[in-house]
Design a protein around this ligand. Structure first.
Ligand code: PLP
Length: 416
């Protein structure tokens, strides 16, 4: 039997509990949606004010040099690098995951096919995040099936589905619906043995799990900054390309910011050396400055501690769900073993949408994913064990009072 006292003790003994004070916690709310939009830190708020008031407001265009706006993509990339196990020079901040995937897919196909022209397939999973699959479909339309053909295999069969014609494996480490975490390191080894490359999507990994791109020998990776990195709504993403590929890199979205000398305004493209050639256009300075400041919330917190707390939070949540006898309404679809999960739990329920809405009315923010999943995300930088306790209490109240069955939840909002 878990008591409130036990839960408060967990908070008192939390070695990274200090990090919560770095954030604006929405007043009176339990926020379990950091896997979708991370909260704002005090540093981020202050930086955006500084960039608008002083930099843009007073120094205007001189800020490109004076405040080194021009170096933001590289600077922020280097700050993200240690969070994903990348040595310097391999990560840059730009664009969205979607656009970065397009570049990484095209680059990896070109690299693979230069030595093995028979390889035309991009292997992924049917329940990968849709944009990942759409990007392959778009590229297939552009290049033709001879050069790019999307092939799907279930997560559990992904490694076994690699064949002679597999050029690239596109894998998301943590499934956004179920929260299942795949063994990417083993997958990469198998892909490489078959002469294929691997692109890893770290949307639900970066900032919450230890990621070791260099040690895993990943080829390319992408991730966003608005989930566990707390960069703010629509904040720019990042892309990683292993240094061993840099000399032969070729990506199709060549823009002036990725040119070797952008301010020579030369008519012909010539790529910047290294990871910078993934840049296209002008960086979004306001939102990239926000990401830069948001990353300071990780100071003094190591990824092992974050992972440990994240597993404790999700285990506590599920143990309380069992203790409150809610499992007849809510079926856990995430793996039971926290080592095989990311930092979220997903429950299937016929009434998942109503449960989610009734929770929000009780000041507990979670989210709903089609067709009938309740997703609960744990952001160990700012979520407390007490948050989890309050959330499951509210969940028990919803189900006991049947608030989730209300007529009002028949219509769904545009954003769920
Ligand atoms: C959130 C998420 C995305 C989002 O892509 P954007 O282009 O940044 O909107 C992509 N892939 C996965 C796996 C995600 O979870």
């Amino acid at each position: 039997m878990i008591t409130k006292q036990n839960v408060l003790e967990l908070d008192n003994n939390d070695p990274i509990g200090f990090a919560r004070d770095r954030f604006y916690i929405p007043s009176g709310k339990v926020y379990l949606d950091g896997n979708s939009l991370g909260l704002m830190s005090h540093d981020t708020h202050a930086r955006v004010a500084e960039v608008t008031n002083r930099q843009w407001g007073k120094d205007a265009i001189t800020s490109w040099n004076k405040h080194n706006w021009i170096g933001l993509p590289q600077r922020v990339g280097e700050k993200i690098a240690p969070l994903v196990g990348a040595a310097p020079g391999q990560v840059i901040c730009c664009d969205s995951i979607s656009v970065n995937l397009f570049k990484a897919l095209a680059a990896s196909l070109t690299l693979t096919q230069s030595a093995q022209p028979q390889k035309n397939q991009v292997l992924s999973t049917p329940d990968n995040f849709p944009t990942d699959l759409y990007m392959v479909q778009g590229l297939q339309q552009l290049l033709g099936q001879q050069r790019c053909e999307l092939v799907l295999a279930e997560e559990s069969q992904l490694a076994d589905a690699i064949t002679d014609t597999t050029a690239v494996v596109l894998v998301t480490e943590v499934n956004f619906r179920t929260g299942r975490r795949l063994d990417v390191e083993t997958l990469i080894a198998k892909a490489h043995a078959a002469g294929a490359m691997v692109i890893v999507d770290l949307a639900h990994s970066a900032g919450v799990l230890p990621v070791d791109l260099d040690a895993w020998q990943a080829d390319f990776a992408v991730g966003c900054t608005y989930k566990y990195l707390n960069g703010g709504p629509g904040a720019p993403a990042f892309i990683y390309a292993a240094e061993r590929h840099h000399a032969k890199l070729q990506q199709p979205l060549v823009g002036w910011m990725g040119h070797a000398n952008p301010f020579e305004f030369a008519p012909d493209y010539s790529p910047a050396p290294g990871i910078s050639q993934f840049l296209g256009g002008t960086p979004p300075v306001l939102s990239m400055s926000a990401v830069d400041a948001a990353l300071d919330a990780f100071k003094g917190v190591n990824l092992g501690q974050l992972r440990f707390k994240s597993m404790q939070l999700s285990e506590l949540f599920h143990d309380l769900v069992v203790q409150f006898e809610l499992t007849s309404e809510l079926t856990l679809i995430a793996p039971e073993d926290p080592n095989q999960r990311g930092s979220q739990l997903s429950y299937e329920s016929e009434h998942a949408y109503g449960i989610c809405q009734a929770l929000i009315e009780r000041y507990v923010v979670a989210d709903f994913r089609s067709p009938n999943y309740l997703r609960v995300g744990f952001a160990p930088l700012y979520n407390s064990f007490h948050d989890v306790y309050l959330a499951v209490q509210a969940l028990a109240d919803v189900i006991e009072s049947k608030a989730h069955l209300s007529e009002r939840w028949q219509q769904r909002n545009a954003v769920t």
